[in-house]
Ligand binder design. Structure first.
Ligand code: C2E
Ligand code: MG
Ligand code: MG
Ligand code: MG
Length: 274
């Protein structure tokens, strides 16, 4: 009986592998047409000043819609990276986010910022730098309103080229922020070796409650380290009033999370915020 069960388990495992493989292949093929078919959309999550809950800007987050099914980045970004398709997708994201910001900032006294996620693959060649500066010109957006979000993977590659690309982005006036800070291989060396001036504290570090002394201490530590290094801080994953108060106490300048708002379509943002 044990033997039989074992064999069944192996069968299930193989089925699962095969299913995963097919799903992957399906996504890979569908991705090739996604740009032409205009299936990508950007959602925007408001970034908030926790002190007065005022809006300071947005983070652009990609969605992939086929008919009524919306896929989130976790379902396709990795595949897009492995197949290099992320380069073309990334260029689309840059233009879409910058043109939208340009529209939203028309006639505003205090302009809003836009954070754009960029993959490590995109930091492999200079087209990303050219795309950013061309779009800033084309849509008349000041560079300092743009925050390019990198993850640690990008910094770990650390080639001569990637260094030059990151330097060019900041020389052009855009900010660089380190996403998901406090997870993975976060090290102070990364921060001081690269022209990063913003850190985004990962949502997994938001304390569950006032007894969660581990995360409370971790966030406090990261915030004071950031302050010593002259970095601005954004907190991610602010889901409750308590989280928001915690950010206020620690003097965290900006925050985002479901407590303030989920990421929303351009249409919904324009209806609710602008
Ligand atoms: P990220 O840049 O760290 O973005 C934050 C993620 O947390 C988003 O997931 C957002 O919807 C989610 N989030 C926001 N507030 C809360 C909250 O209060 N609680 C919880 N539990 N989650 C919250 P999303 O949109 O699924 O994006 C996942 C990741 O995909 C992003 O993580 C980013 O690394 C990547 N990504 C998104 N858009 C792009 C893009 O245009 N290009 C590239 N290369 N990567 C992207
Ligand atoms: Mg991000
Ligand atoms: Mg993040
Ligand atoms: Mg994240």
């Amino acid at each position: 009986r044990a033997k039989k069960l074992g064999r069944n388990q192996i069968c299930c495992f193989e089925d699962e592998m095969q299913q995963k493989f097919h799903q992957r292949l399906k996504i890979e093929l569908e991705l090739r047409e996604a740009i032409n078919k205009q299936q990508f959309k950007l959602f925007y999550q408001p970034v908030i000043d926790p002190i007065n809950e005022s809006l300071t800007g947005f983070e652009a987050l990609i969605r992939w819609q086929i008919n009524d099914v919306i896929r989130t980045p976790d379902e396709f970004i990795e595949i897009a990276e492995e197949t290099q398709q992320i380069s073309a997708i990334g260029l689309w994201v840059i233009e879409e986010a910058i043109s939208t910001l340009s529209k939203w900032n028309q006639g505003r006294r205090k302009p809003l910022t836009m954070a754009i996620n960029v993959s490590a693959v995109q930091i492999g060649d200079f087209t990303v730098v050219e795309a950013i500066s061309e779009c800033l010109l084309k849509y008349n957006v000041p560079a300092h309103l743009i925050e390019i979000e990198l993850t640690e993977t990008t910094l770990l590659k650390d080639s001569m080229t990637s260094r030059q690309i990151l330097a060019s982005i900041t020389e052009g006036g855009c900010h660089l922020s380190l996403d998901d800070f406090g997870t993975g291989y976060s090290s102070i060396a990364h921060l001081s070796n690269h022209p990063i001036d913003i850190v985004k504290i990962d949502k997994s570090l938001m304390p569950i409650n006032s007894q969660d002394i581990r995360n409370i201490a971790l966030v406090k530590g990261l915030v004071s380290m950031a302050s010593i290094l002259g970095l601005r801080v954004i907190a991610e994953g602010v889901e409750t009033k308590q989280h928001s108060l915690f950010c206020q106490e620690l003097n965290i300048g900006r925050a985002q999370g479901y407590y303030y708002s989920r990421p929303k379509s351009q249409h919904d943002i324009e209806k609710e915020y602008l």
